[in-house]
Write a protein that binds this ligand. Structure first.
Ligand SMILES: Cc1ncc(COP(=O)(O)O)c(C=O)c1O
Length: 416
């Protein structure tokens, strides 16, 4: 925290926009070196559709997304297109949120309300989740007074199903699986976990924030994809981010519900205020309607054929990167179940030093994880040769520098 004397002050007089822009020009990271921090993004034309539409509706207030005719129509059409990709029941539907974290919170909150109705005997409502499920599950449990029980991973970094079964108690109201998780890009055995949820009368949530808008197209292209969506009995909700591999502008995600009845747990009607009744979509009040319109426009612009094309190109980008990384001494790409996020480790070059060299010497913005130590690349369709070639060239120099002892600056391996 800044001391009083260092605290920035509101300028006495407004600055010319040129001066503001000049300052921002000095701090903004260029398109190539900032790529991994800006992912996931579509190709230029798709970004253009998203940004143009977002800006057009940026001042329209999404607080009215359930009530204003034109906005509600767009929201409903967007939700219909999204849930339609998840092999839904006839009564399935969805809600739009600001991101994966909010979608996870929405699932936990609705589940807690459902459990009050359906599991009234439970004293300490407990969520059982694999150790590598996203941190937003722990945050959400904290916010909603739920108990979080993390299940250890096996030696292969996949969830230990026996440990999960052993963790279930009379208080377990929710089981979680990821499709895939961020840390290892593995798809949890959703069918096994959901079967346990059904057996114990628990809610099953699938976190497909990364996979939700990639897996349907990978499957159509013939890649092996285990069942993870509403085809699996017991799956009650799915979080899926439009602002990741849906290639829509941030902030935008969806929470998909097996049954529209769950909307009553999510969209709270407030009637105890003198000004009149109040009902908005989910947690937020005012929000830019731009995200709803931009997502709708991107989905319409791409259509199924556009997503299939982008998925093909994404797979090609990942193959090129994988080949280039594996060719560097001591580096090894981690074997995920999905093409992205792609991560790599090294037995010989400490990965925190590789990260240090890439960020401090060559100004790449990157993310890391530490169990085991790896650099994580959220590869998207926009990670084309303009990004891959300079990245691999700098990575090669850094690995040489680390192995020869010339690069010794480490940075923490961290995601968030
Ligand atoms: C598997 C998974 N779930 C949830 C989230 C949270 O998404 P967001 O950062 O949009 O809140 C992420 C983010 O990367 C994720 O990878």
């Amino acid at each position: 925290m800044n001391q009083e004397s260092q605290r920035a002050k509101l300028p006495a007089k407004g600055l010319p926009i040129e001066e503001i822009d000049r300052h921002l020009d000095t701090i903004a990271v260029d398109k190539v070196h900032g790529h991994w921090w800006r992912a996931f993004r579509g190709e230029d034309d798709v970004q253009e559709v998203g940004y143009k539409t977002f800006n057009r509706f940026i001042s329209d207030n999404g607080i009215l997304s359930l009530s204003a005719g034109y906005m509600n129509d767009i929201r409903q059409e967007l939700v219909d297109m999204c849930v339609g990709l998840m092999n839904p029941d006839t009564t399935s539907t969805g809600s739009v949120t600001s991101g994966g974290s909010e979608s996870v919170y929405s699932a936990l909150h609705a589940m807690r309300e459902w459990a009050k109705d359906n599991r009234p005997e439970v004293k300490e409502p407990t969520v059982v989740a694999p150790a590598n499920a996203h941190p937003s599950f722990s945050k959400g449990c904290h916010y909603f007074g739920l108990h979080m029980l993390r299940v250890p991973l096996g030696p292969d970094y996949r969830v230990d199903l026996d440990a999960m079964r052993a963790a279930i108690t009379a208080d377990t109201v929710c089981l979680v699986g990821s499709a895939p998780n961020w840390y290892q890009a593995f798809i949890d055995p959703i069918e096994d976990i959901a079967a346990m949820a059904v057996e114990h009368g628990a809610w099953m949530h699938v976190d497909a924030c990364v996979g939700g808008y990639m897996l349907p197209f990978l499957e159509k292209l013939g890649h092996p994809v285990p069942l993870w969506d509403f085809r699996v009995p017991g799956v009650q909700s799915i979080s899926a981010d439009l602002h990741k591999l849906g290639y829509c502008p941030k902030p935008c995600s969806t929470i998909l519900w097996r049954d529209e009845a769950f909307l009553d747990y999510h969209n709270i009607l407030v009637t105890d205020v003198s000004g009149g009744s109040y009902r908005t979509e989910g947690f937020l009040g005012s929000r830019p309607a731009g995200s709803y319109f931009a997502a709708w426009a991107v989905l319409k612009y791409l259509g199924e054929s556009g997503y299939l094309n982008m998925t093909r190109k994404l797979v090609a980008n990942v193959e090129k990167l994988t080949h280039g990384i594996n060719a560097l001494e001591g580096l090894e790409v981690w074997p995920g179940d999905v093409p992205t996020p792609l991560s790599f480790s090294s037995e010989v070059a400490p990965i925190d030093l590789v990260m240090g060299g890439m960020t401090k010497r060559y100004s790449w913005m990157m993310l890391g994880v530490d169990q085991p130590p790896r650099i994580v690349l959220p590869v998207d369709v926009a990670a084309n040769d303009a990004v891959i070639e300079p990245y691999l060239a700098d990575l090669g120099k850094v690995v040489d520098g680390v192995l020869s002892g010339k690069i010794t600056d480490s940075v923490p391996l961290r995601y968030g």
